[in-house]
Design a protein around this ligand. Structure first.
Ligand SMILES: [Mg+2]
Length: 260
């Protein structure tokens, strides 16, 4: 992993970026800070302004674990593609998933709710995203213990789910469901973009990082030894700096206005 703002990183960005490049972003922990109250998270005004400017020059996508209806009011701008629920929403996959996936998810939800009640776990919240579940434990007193207990419970669920770890959140995802990597690939196809960029901050984003597609550059928020991302930024607050750099590069790509 290389630092994105290193000479090498910037050289790669310059080479990759054009007005047709697809710029895709995760939301929580990437475009917005991780908040103690995820339900109150709002995109910072500066970041949404930069993304709006970027969207006027090139296609922009947001791919998040949140529902897209939950995501929309937090943005203050309209990206060309808004993909929720780890890539399940809005890519016409919903109609193929059918009742059984929803039933499986409902049965897991009941089992986990019962488990949380039996084990008295204050500060743990269960979020139902219809096709996936998210267990938030940011407010629990002993996070390590709660995480281990919930993971233990999740490993006993039937059929076995795919587990996606985020910051103080455990995502429970039916194994057969498309993941963020599938969504990203479909977006590249839909947008016909000749090159693409993606940045994210946690385990579910590794499904995109691991694709290793040609003409695709990936970055992670925070350095991590075993990540498949090509580059990293040190912290979430560097996202605005990155967006500014991209805008500078793209503005140089614009055709010069004709002199009258
Ligand atoms: Mg994230």
């Amino acid at each position: 992993m290389e630092y994105l703002f290193s000479e090498k990183g910037m050289r790669k960005i310059h080479r990759l970026c054009s007005l047709e490049t697809l710029f895709a972003f995760d939301f929580d922990g990437t475009l917005s800070k991780i908040s103690a109250r995820p339900e109150r998270t709002q995109l910072a005004r500066k970041t949404s302004g930069l993304l709006k400017s970027l969207g006027e020059l090139a296609p922009v996508a947001i791919i998040s674990g949140r529902n897209s209806s939950d995501l929309k009011p937090r943005l203050n701008f309209k990206p060309r593609y808004l993909i929720g629920n780890h890539g399940i929403d809005e890519l016409e996959w919903e109609k193929f998933l059918g009742k059984s996936t929803r039933q499986i998810c409902r049965s897991w939800k009941n089992q986990i709710r019962e488990f949380l009640a039996d084990n008295k776990m204050p500060g743990v919240e269960l979020e139902d995203n219809r096709f996936t579940l998210a267990i938030h434990y940011r407010h629990s007193r002993d996070k390590r213990k709660v995480k281990a207990a919930v993971l233990g419970k999740a490993s006993l669920l039937s059929p076995p789910p795919r587990i996606g770890l985020g910051k103080s959140v455990i995502n429970i995802i039916p194994a057969a469901l498309p993941h963020k990597g599938d969504a990203f690939r479909k977006l590249i196809w839909l947008s016909r973009a000749p090159s693409a960029f993606y940045i994210g901050d946690d385990d579910t984003d590794e499904d995109i990082f691991a694709l290793s597609l040609p003409r695709v550059l990936t970055a992670r928020v925070g350095h991590k030894k075993n990540s498949s991302a090509g580059f990293y930024i040190r912290r979430q607050s560097e996202i605005n700096k990155f967006l500014q750099r991209i805008l500078e590069v793209l503005n140089n790509c614009r055709p010069a206005k004709r002199k009258s």
